[in-house]
Design a protein around this ligand. Structure first.
Ligand code: NDP
Length: 243
């Protein structure tokens, strides 16, 4: 796909779906602005495409000032922003009875406030442009609650609600919104205690048919590549074997 006319910011671009999306859109020729906390990972992606227009920023999406800096620098460099992909997210397991309030707060800060920070920073520019596209990664868990992940699901339900509100508020300004809701995908989202545990999970994932992040990247690419008169409001994908 030729996306060489698009200026695309991806928050949470350093691993998993965000990294896969960055690589695919770099191949499509997009002007990319990639952000995450792990700068070394972003540098590695940049190094894979030495001739591509890729800028990288170390940023924590929970910090509005850092998110605004990324968006403002994008405008300084290119004069516009066509797509903001709010992909950053965390998913610590947190049974309610354990009362892991720090984990709950972290999920609220990254998964909800991170998305709001992106919208707050980018939307004024998109409204001025009278065009733009905001994407956010929600989850199958934004449709169904899983035990031990109630707070995570709660944050992802919130992402869907916020994005649907954004769609209704900004349709007249020609601003597209896309909620990407993946099912189980093999990434670094779940942290394992040891290499052996990670390997075991990888083998289980292979048997289950867990999605690969590159497959989610294709969904994002599809939504970005649609004609101006078509907005893909939500993409819900899951492994065929995931009930
Ligand atoms: P990864 O852990 O591989 O990627 C998460 C990304 O989010 C990383 O780039 C990470 O970068 C970034 N991130 C996390 N916290 C912050 C922060 N505070 N500031 C900036 N960036 C941050 O997992 P996935 O690729 O799976 O996750 C991508 C999205 O997909 C998430 O929103 C997740 O909730 C969602 N999702 C994942 C599913 C799955 O099965 N994997 C299923 C459904 C939804 P860094 O650590 O460098 O900051």
């Amino acid at each position: 796909m030729d996306l060489s006319d698009k200026v695309i910011v991806i928050m949470g671009a350093s691993s998993g779906m965000g990294a896969a999306t960055s690589r695919l859109l770099a191949q499509d020729g997009a002007k990319l602005v990639l952000a995450a906390r792990r700068l070394d990972r972003l540098q590695a992606i940049q190094a894979e495409f030495p001739d591509a227009p890729i800028s990288i920023f170390q940023a924590d999406v929970a910090d509005y000032g850092q998110v605004k800096h990324v968006i403002d620098e994008t405008i300084k460099q290119y004069g516009r922003i066509d797509v903001l992909d709010n992909n950053a997210g965390i998913m610590p397991g947190s049974p309610l009875v354990e009362g892991q309030r720090a984990d709950w707060q972290a999920m609220i800060d990254v998964n909800i406030e991170g998305v709001l920070n992106g919208i707050a920073a980018a939307l004024p520019y998109m409204v001025k442009q009278k065009s733009g596209h905001v994407i956010a990664t929600a989850s199958v868990g934004a449709h169904t609650v899983f035990p031990n992940y109630a707070v995570y699901s709660g944050t992802k339900y919130a992402v869907r609600a916020i994005m649907d509100g954004l769609r209704m508020e900004q349709a007249q300004n020609n601003i597209k919104t896309t909620i990407v809701s993946p099912g189980a995908t093999e990434t670094e989202l779940i942290k394992y205690d040891s290499e052996a545990a990670a390997q075991q999970a990888h083998e289980a994932a292979q048997a289950f048919g867990t999605l690969q992040p590159e497959q989610i990247a294709q969904s994002v690419e599809f939504a970005i590549g649609t004609k101006a008169n078509m907005s893909v409001s939500e993409i819900l994908v899951r492994p065929t074997k995931q009930a």
